[in-house]
Write a protein that binds this ligand. Structure first.
Ligand code: AGP
Length: 613
């Protein structure tokens, strides 16, 4: 996916666009560009570059420009290699139209052939260059009509922002599944893929709904339906603080966000599980009667969000007494299955934009299931597809490798499972109270870890010893398995070291063949009903010469007989253990990546949100 920003107002547009793109770099960063309306020449100046935004900043230079209007784009390549000629913005042949696009134009091959037959000469290998050409072909003085004509021919999912020299202070935008949001200023207006792009200047936003057109000027925004009906759209105030988009003194967003996890947990828990009060989850749109009717729960997500779902399953099963299955959204959406209104489908997605998760949620909704989104972004597409939303309140997450959003998702599942338990009477009140109090302790337990220098030193020691290794194995059993899976993903994403995570009981069925002398093997060995079996697995891998790094519960000294390194976490209930056990492994991945010189905030080939299938 990519990042879009547009600005019309009184500021110097080049500075606004560059700063806004820097806030969007997590969305894609293999090339970037801006188009500025030059009021002297009456033309667009388009500057594009390959590589991260520092290259674009160099190309833009710091000379004075007379330009208060423009659009910008930072790209994560899908069609066409990351090269300058494939970077946005694209323009019409006469240069009067300039456009930026996020998403995929699925029927671009036939559109390109039609346009080439009419004499259009393409300058890129991208799918999106058809957009300015289609608008150019339809343009007869009415930009809005031309954009609508272009939109009617497009298949796929996209967000588009267009400008024309005939209307220099106007941007026209339209979206289908890919996000686009308005930032409301005083005599200036922003449009962007994400609020972070303009958060520095305004916290007043207006959401753009599916297949809506917007006409954006410094005075404000008109919202129109495809049949050009005028729509009203309330403005909302965002409560993210502006330094959310800053590193706050940390060396990276990723490290900052690892350290923000206690706050993310506290905020997600919020007032939802107050002492001695029934939980209040009316925000989910589910009534107590709806909850009682649920017979099956299906949890869907991708990547780290999928791993949060794997933890959530255990909570829902053991506390709410409900059967829950978890699947990768990209797989589940292609399965054929019966679904009814006694099934709750939970789409867990930090961004609320992941194409596969949205596709799966739409299919579940269309098949008659009740759909709940667990998302971190206000008004994201997932919250529109679902019947209701349980928001994680992790705040803006910039690091591509998800950390605080992950633990917030797990806490959201804990809250949901406890609320289900209350509504379904599946837990004794006394036990319910014990679990609630333990949930409230977790943020402080995490703070104790994060504030302990010896604890950090034990992690750095592991990173120092193993950062040159070419393979890691992660093992976990029961609720320890999702921790292993998530830890392996963090290591892969951040350090590019090949890593595998397996159910510990699965080792003997093949994967143990991967182990040789001093293969670093991380084992989730916290106190639980499966601890003894995990210790047996540790002995099996050590017998093959592997070196064991165990994550264990504070106070367990016995584990030192079995492991070469021990990373301790505070004692808590087994269902809540993943919230704590993942933290040392996030930091282990982070330190290894840093030692290997990797770009931890923007790992190669990745993007923060995958809006393509
Ligand atoms: C997480 O570290 C990864 N960047 C990735 O797996 C991510 O979790 C996945 O793409 C899902 O994103 P979402 O939560 O925004 O849907």
């Amino acid at each position: 996916m990519c990042g879009i920003i547009g600005y019309v107002g009184t500021k110097q547009a080049d500075g606004v666009l560059l700063e806004g793109l820097e806030r969007l770099e997590y969305r894609g960063y293999d090339s970037a560009g801006i188009s500025l309306f030059d009021s002297d020449s009456g033309e667009f100046e388009t500057i594009r570059s390959v590589g991260n935004l520092s290259k674009l900043r160099e190309a833009v230079g710091d000379h004075e420009r007379q330009s208060n209007f423009g659009i910008g784009h930072t790209r994560w390549a899908t069609h066409g290699r990351p090269e300058e000629h494939n970077a946005h913005p694209f323009r019409s042949p006469d240069g009067k139209i300039t456009a930026v696009v996020n998403g995929i134009i699925e029927n671009y091959v036939e559109l390109r052939a039609q346009l080439e037959a009419k004499g259009y000469v393409f300058t890129s290998e991208t799918d999106v260059e058809v957009v300015p050409f289609l608008i150019d072909e339809a343009y007869n003085g009415d930009l809005l009509a031309a954009v609508k004509a272009c939109h009617a021919q497009l298949e796929g999912h996209f967000a588009i922002v267009v400008m024309h020299t005939d209307y220099p202070d106007t941007m026209v935008g339209i979206r289908r599944q890919c996000p686009l949001v308005i930032g409301v200023g005083d005599g200036e207006t922003y449009i962007a893929s994400a609020i972070a792009a303009f958060l520095k200047w305004t916290k007043t936003v207006q959401m753009i709904e599916e297949d809506e057109l917007v006409v954006v000027t410094p005075a404000g925004t008109r919202f129109l339906s495809l049949d050009s009906g005028e729509l009203t759209r309330e403005a909302m105030q965002i409560d993210w603080d502006e330094d959310a988009a800053e590193k706050g003194g940390y060396e990276s967003f990723t490290l900052k966000e690892i350290n923000e996890q206690p706050d993310a947990l506290e905020n997600t828990l919020g007032e939802r599980m107050r002492h001695g009060m029934p939980a209040d989850l009316s925000e989910t749109g589910l009534t107590p009667e709806d909850v009682k009717k649920i017979r099956h729960v299906v949890i869907l997500g991708c990547g780290t969000s999928y791993h949060a779902g794997l933890v959530g399953r255990y909570m829902i099963e053991s506390w709410a007494g409900l059967h829950a299955e978890v699947d990768l959204a990209s797989e589940w959406r292609h399965r054929d299955f019966p679904l009814g209104d006694d099934t709750l489908v939970i789409g867990v997605t930090q961004s609320g934009e992941t194409a596969d998760t949205l596709g799966a949620m739409e299919k579940a909704r269309d098949r008659g299931a009740r759909v709940l989104a667990v998302s971190n972004v206000l008004g994201s597409q997932a919250t529109r597809v679902a019947h209701g939303t349980l928001y994680t309140r992790a705040g803006l997450e910039v690091g591509v490798a998800s950390t605080k959003a992950h633990v917030a998702q797990v806490m959201a599942f804990a809250v949901l499972a406890m609320w289900f338990a209350e509504q379904r009477g599946s837990m004794e009140e006394a036990e319910h109270q014990v679990v609630r109090e333990e949930m409230e302790r977790i943020p402080d337990l995490m703070r104790v870890m994060l504030e302990s220098e010896p604890w950090h030193e034990s992690i750095r020691e592991v990173a120092e010893r193993f950062h040159n290794k070419e393979f890691f194995m992660f093992l976990g059993r029961h609720i320890g398995l999702p921790v292993g899976l998530e830890a392996a993903l963090k290591l892969k994403e951040l350090s590019y070291i090949p890593s595998d995570a397996y159910a510990a009981g699965e080792m003997k069925h093949g994967p143990i063949a991967l182990l040789d002398d001093d293969t670093p093997t991380v084992v989730i060995a916290t106190d639980s009903h499966v601890y003894d079996k995990v210790v047996s697995n540790i002995q099996e891998v050590r017998a093959r010469g592997a070196v064991v790094i165990a994550v264990a519960t504070e106070g367990n000294t016995e584990i030192r007989q079995h492991a070469d390194h021990v990373l301790y976490v505070p004692r808590t209930r087994n269902e809540l253990m993943p919230l704590l056990a993942i933290v040392p492994l996030q930091l282990m991945a982070y330190h290894i990546a840093t030692l290997r010189g990797a770009n931890v905030d923007q790992p190669r080939n990745l993007a923060k949100t995958v809006t393509v299938e």
